[in-house]
Design a protein around this ligand. Sequence first.
Ligand SMILES: [Zn+2]
Length: 260
Amino acid sequence: MFLVDSHCHLGDLKFGDSEISVDDAMHNAELAGVTHMLCVCTDLPSFPAMYEKIRGFDNVYASVGIHPLNISEPWSEDEFFEYASRDRVIAVGEIGLDYYYESESAGIQKSIFSKQLEYALRLKKPVIIHSRNAPDDTWSVLTSSDPEKNLTGIFHCYADSLENARRVLDRGFYISVSGIVTFGKAENIRELARFVPLDRLLVETDSPYLAPVPYRGKPNQPAYVEKVAHAVAAVKGVDYEELCGRTSENFERLFRIKLK
Ligand SMILES: [Zn+2]
């Protein structure tokens, strides 16, 4: 049986005063039955060190992209394409818009988001989208950058309305649910998990952030996606094994890979 953490950041597993090593995280993941993971890039300067940490683990995939909160970090198109061509780099991301923390840079966020969507089209790779407090602008940049609907991808750590989830699904995109689904107050995320059909759903940790119950306040790690998967299985009323199987199939279909 496979279980995939579809979104984690292994370059820096630090949260508060604690930190865990990639080796420990990989060991814990194995013990928890987490078989694969996608390590997501958030800016180009940190890509080489991140890639170095994960390259020895052939069950870890990677992405390349500039997060909307990191748009002031240096980058070049050549570097972007060089990183994208490396072994097991299967996606462009995370890219998108974040108006929760930085609405004042909306203009430049939109232009860098749009440019990376264009790169994804050229690279023929799926995108990992981060959208926070910006559902309409995210949608308009995505639809105007990809009028032919050639792109596919995932909206990660989704927290927008069901109405917005509907249009995401209608365009053929996937939605991933994080450990927020285990938080007491997050009824909206449980409702979303119930709403997204089993053939479009993924689970993630967003490690080292957003550790699920009962690990809140600690650095998150891929092993804990097991807690996310259990919580999602419970709200959807399916067996844990079925949830693991379906989300792994979705991961394979979306990223056009075969898990081993
Ligand atoms: Zn992330």
